[in-house]
Structures are given as structure tokens and as C-alpha cells.
Write a protein that binds this ligand. Structure first.
Ligand code: NDP
Length: 321
């Protein structure tokens, strides 16, 4: 069976490619720059890559870029989207266009290819949890929630990334429904766990910051293991009854808890117990695991995910202790 993974060099996508190859699929991987060894070498080394990995050049913002790649594919995993969590100069061109137009570009290619039976879209909890609905430790966020881009713009961090993911998922649902595309959406929280790619990606950066002794932000986020996220994508494709959205979160914690867990795992590190501000801690909340469990996902505990992330930093000489 031939499937396509867009943005294949990315943190999550690399694990999806690895698991697909392990399961015997032929994988068409799209990258912006397949000649960049930092983006491609780790994929070429995967088990089964020699026999069943095909590499294609494609860019989200180039119309028609994905047309030939998805021809003949049975499934398409659309993961490519810019993950820029910090301040950006031009949100429209840096985040919103590639997220929204890119997603529609990929779906348009799928519409033109009758071989494509299912699309799995990597959305985010950012498209779910950020609206004026209050979040407290008792509140359970689930897949019926949808973020409000107006609210997201007022958030103290990740505003434009959140807007881009929300608008992209919204546009994707409209397009899929209108054109009869069977789409399943995955909505992960912050992803941690081992890196296959050589460089540090945005979601593990907060862990590196803590190791480097920085004060932690006053915020609460969910965390999930990258292998569970990759597995969920494949299950969402393989399980015939999979439909709609699937939130993926092992646990929501305040950064102070993340720092505490890291300190207890690595007592010799100078991890600070200091917050960036003196405000009351932003409360945690819950995220429903019910639908994720119907995909047969058993969540890896946060402690294990953090340990795997740090060990991966060590192996790649990103940290030296
Ligand atoms: P990475 O930054 O590792 O990967 C992002 C991928 O998107 C890269 O392969 C990148 O390609 C590609 N991309 C970005 N812009 C373009 C473009 N204009 N054209 C083609 N490709 C492009 O991030 P993650 O693996 O973390 O993220 C993957 C997906 O998962 C994203 O959709 C993200 O929003 C989503 N997600 C991530 C979470 C996390 O915590 N990590 C949580 C929830 C959702 P290139 O290598 O060429 O730069």
C-alpha cells in the first residue's frame, strides 16, 4: 500500500514515516528541500527506507505542488505546517498562508486523485482549547470544543500559531465535507519524546530551556509522547471506523510541575523552581482521552517522555552532562 507523508522531515512526521515503513507501507515523503542532509539523512537511514521510501519535493505555498505525489496513494498524512511559537514578523506569510493554503493545496491534490481513500490531518490542541470557555482543573476539554481565532489573538503566547492551526482545520473540514473526502484529524498537545531529526524542534525547546537553567513560563499545557502521536495517526488511517477529531494528551501540567519532574529525574541539574512572573499560576485543566482510547492508544507517562527527550538530547550532543 502506498501512502504519502507531507513535511516528512519533521519531528512528528519522521516517527510516522518510521512506523509506516516498519509496517510494510511504501511511503512517499514530501520535503521542501530533499537535498538538505539535515532534513533527509535520518529518513534514509530508517529500516525499510532503501526499499520503500520515495522522496518528493513539495512546498505548501506552491499551488499544485502535491498533485503528482498523491496520485496513486491510498492514504495521505498531512503533517506539514510551520511551527513558530515565538513572535513572528509577518503572521500571514509565515504562518497563516502555509497552514491554510497549504492544507487546501494538499486536499485539492487528494480530490483530484481517486486512489486517495483517507486523509489524516495533523491539527493541534491549539485548534480545540482556546476560546473564552474557562479552563479550570475540573473542566474537561474534548473534541466538541473549537478554538476562536479572535480569542487566540489575545493570548500571551503562541497567538498566531494558534490562529493558523485553527483556521487550517476549519478550512480543511469545510473542504473535506464539500468534496466528500474522508478526513480524520489528530489534535495533539505539546509533543515530547525522542528526536529522530538532528535539530531541536519547537515543542521540545521548553524542556531544553529548563535544562539550561531558565526560569519557566507561567502557563499550563498538555504533553504527549511523539511515538503515541505517530501511532495515533496510523491507527486513524487503518481503523475503518475512525472519524472526526482525536485529542491526544497524557496530562496537562503547569510548567512548575514539568520543572519538578525534570529535577527529580536529573537531581544533579540546576533546574530552577522560579517562574518568569509573580502572578498566580495559570490553572491546569483536563483533556478527554476517551476518543484517543478508541484508537487503542495507551499514553506514555509524562515522566517517561521527559526522560526520553533528555536522553535524546544527550545522544545528539544537544546537551553535554
Ligand atoms: P517540525 O517543525 O519538526 O515539522 C514541521 C514540518 O512542516 C517540517 O517538515 C517543515 O518542513 C514543514 N513545513 C513548514 N513550512 C512548510 C512549507 N511552507 N512547505 C512545506 N513544508 C513546510 O514540527 P512538528 O513535527 O512538531 O509538527 C508537525 C505537525 O504537527 C505540524 O502540523 C504542527 O502544527 C503539528 N503539531 C505539533 C505539535 C508539537 O508539539 N510538536 C503539537 C500539535 C500539533 P521543512 O523541514 O522543509 O522546514
Amino acid at each position: 500500500v502506498v501512502v504519502c507523508v507531507t513535511g516528512a522531515s519533521g519531528y512528528i512526521a519522521s516517527w510516522i514515516v518510521k512506523f509506516l515503513l516498519q509496517r510494510g507501507y511504501t511511503v512517499r515523503a514530501t520535503l521542501r528541500d530533499p537535498s538538505d542532509p539535515k532534513k533527509i539523512d535520518h529518513l534514509l537511514k530508517l529500516e525499510g527506507a532503501k526499499e520503500r521510501l520515495q522522496v518528493f519535493k513539495a512546498d505548501l505555498v506552491e499551488e499544485g505542488s502535491f498533485d503528482s505525489v498523491v496520485q496513486g496513494c491510498h492514504g495521505v498524512f498531512h503533517t506539514a505546517s510551520p511551527v513558530l511559537l515565538h513572535v513572528v514578523k509577518d503572521p500571514q506569510s509565515e504562518l497563516i498562508d502555509p497552514a491554510v493554503k497549504g492544507t487546501l493545496n494538499v486536499l485539492e491534490a487528494c480530490k483530484k486523485s481517486p486512489s486517495v481513500k483517507r486523509v489524516v490531518l495533523t491539527s493541534s490542541i491549539c485548534a480545540v482549547a482556546f476560546s473564552d470557555r474557562p479552563k479550570t482543573p475540573q473542566v474537561v476539554v474534548d473534541e466538541t470544543w473549537f478554538s476562536d481565532p479572535k480569542f487566540s489573538q489575545t493570548m500571551k503566547s503562541w497567538q498566531w500559531y494558534t490562529v493558523s492551526k485553527t483556521l487550517a482545520e476549519e478550512a480543511a473540514w469545510k473542504f473535506a465535507e464539500k468534496n466528500g473526502i474522508h478526513m480524520v484529524v489528530i489534535n495533539p498537545v505539546l509533543v515530547a519524546g525522542p528526536l529522530l531529526q538532528p535539530q531541536v524542534n519547537a515543542s521540545v525547546e521548553p524542556i531544553l530551556n529548563l535544562i539550561n537553567g531558565k526560569k519557566f513560563p507561567n502557563n499550563s499545557f498538555g504533553w504527549v509522547n511523539v511515538k503515541d502521536v505517530a501511532e495515533a495517526h496510523i491507527k486513524a488511517y487503518e481503523i475503518a471506523s475512525a472519524t472526526g477529531r482525536y485529542c491526544l494528551s497524557e496530562r496537562v501540567v503547569h510548567y512548575s510541575e514539568l520543572a519538578r519532574v525534570l529535577s527529580s529525574l536529573y537531581p544533579t541539574l540546576q533546574i530552577t523552581a522560579e517562574c518568569e512572573d509573580d502572578e498566580p499560576y495559570v490553572p491546569t485543566y483536563q483533556i478527554s482521552q476517551e476518543r484517543a482510547k478508541s484508537l487503542e492508544i495507551e499514553f506514555t507517562p509524562l515522566e517517561v517522555s521527559l526522560k526520553e527527550t533528555v536522553e535524546s538530547f544527550r545522544e545528539k550532543n544537544i546537551v553535554n552532562f
